[in-house]
Design a protein around this ligand. Structure first.
Ligand code: ZN
Ligand code: ZN
Length: 402
């Protein structure tokens, strides 16, 4: 029988009871390699629980398993389950269905294998993809979950909700290695913990191409102030991907055809004129205010900004900055369908109120920008009552506004 036909078959069997596994070991009565090779391969199987409810599982599903020592009916948070991905399903008869899985280790389990790994910097729903392959009975599965890969360096990372499982590291169990090495981008050398909801643990992204790092709110220092030229929406005149400024003198040319492409300045470091040029302001004024406001938001991630889930708002804000920059560069209005370029749910991601996220005790220097009144700087807790107010903090890496 061809494999394709087999994978359409389904097993449907009564699940007598859920069986807890030995810790990441082989289950009792697991098939031998010889037996496994002779078993018939299936693409899906179904189990029925005590309440006659049916659950279907397929190859590639990410599934949760009742941890060893826990009984059915125990109150268990979803993040306390063991997580694995189904690689293969084989059976000899209805009551003898076995599943090949790869385990996704919890941070604690990973730290047992690699003691230098700091489990305290991982989120509750975080797992590490492993090369630990196992064979378990179909009766151990409790349900399916969502699991996403998280690339911390990506500027276009898909959203990961607060209660989605995710992994950013892989553990090689045999060689006791974790890769990539946890990234400590902040001056404190501590990696991002997505489940830390403390205001000081909120991380700010510095979009300067030479920097492109995240810094903890609590690690942003008070020394110095953002460069004067950056203290307003002037940063919207930078190409968000290259950091290159628009050549502003071209913008002041009244005779320039509106569709002529403006040339970005060749120099990354060339300072923009003090304040936002009137022409640039006029162009910004011609764009949808909600888009400009989205582009001007700080880029943050962390438990103190739950709307952003694990990834934060980087994709939404950078998409808005690209749309605004392209409109300014090309001297064009943003077309009506601009929202289609924004990621799903972007509206909730561009309403960052940092009042609670900025430490009141450390009193970082806060740059305040309000739509009506330009820029002022000051120390202290940021106001949050003005929806159009934009905050700029000083990047501890490069000194730019973040
Ligand atoms: Zn830090
Ligand atoms: Zn920076």
């Amino acid at each position: 029988m061809p494999k394709a036909a087999r994978t359409k078959q389904k097993w449907s069997h009564k699940k007598k009871s859920k069986v807890a596994l030995q810790p990441l070991g082989h289950a009792k009565h697991a098939p031998t390699p010889d037996k496994w090779g002779k078993m018939i391969q299936y693409g899906t199987f179904q189990v029925t629980d005590e309440d006659e409810k049916e659950y279907g599982f397929s190859v590639d599903d990410v599934v949760r398993v009742l941890p060893n020592g826990r009984k059915v009916g125990d109150k268990l948070a979803i993040y306390d389950y063991w997580i694995s991905r189904i690689l293969d399903i084989r059976a000899t008869k209805e009551s003898d269905v076995w599943v090949q899985i790869e385990w996704f280790y919890s941070a604690r389990d990973a730290a047992r294998e690699v003691p230098t790994f700091d489990a305290s910097r991982c989120g509750l729903y975080e797992r590490l993809r492993s090369n630990h392959i196992d064979y378990v009975s179909s009766s151990v599965f409790d349900g399916s979950v969502t699991l996403r890969k998280y690339d911390e360096t990506s500027l276009d990372q898909d959203a990961i909700l607060e209660d989605d499982f995710y992994y950013r590291y892989t553990i090689d169990v045999a060689n006791k290695e974790i890769s990539p090495a946890p990234r400590a981008t902040c001056t404190c050398n501590l990696p991002y913990n997505p489940s830390d909801a403390a205001p000081d643990a909120l991380m700010h992204f510095c979009p300067q191409p030479a920097c492109r790092n995240y810094y903890h709110s609590g690690c942003i220092t008070t020394k110095g102030a953002p460069p004067a030229t950056e203290r307003d929406r002037g940063f919207l005149l930078r190409d968000p991907d290259t950091g290159v400024y628009l050549e502003l003198d071209l913008m002041s040319s009244a005779s320039e055809p509106p569709k002529k492409r403006r040339r970005p300045s060749a120099s990354h470091g060339a300072p923009a004129p003090e304040g936002l040029p009137a022409q640039a302001q006029a162009l910004l004024d011609g764009l949808p205010p909600v888009l400009v406001s989205a582009a001007a938001q700080p880029i943050v991630k962390g438990g103190a900004f739950p709307a952003g889930g694990v990834v934060g708002n980087i994709t939404a804000v950078l998409t808005a900055r690209r749309l605004v920059f392209e409109a300014l560069r090309d001297g064009q209005k943003v077309t009506d369908g601009w929202q289609a370029h924004m990621p799903d749910g972007w509206q909730a991601l561009v309403d960052v109120r940092l009042g609670e996220g900025v430490s009141a005790t450390r009193r970082p220097r806060v740059a305040r920008w309000s739509a009506g009144g330009g820029f002022s700087k000051g120390k202290g807790k940021a106001k949050t009552d003005d929806a159009d107010e934009v905050l700029a903090l000083e990047c501890p890496g490069c000194g730019g506004p973040i």
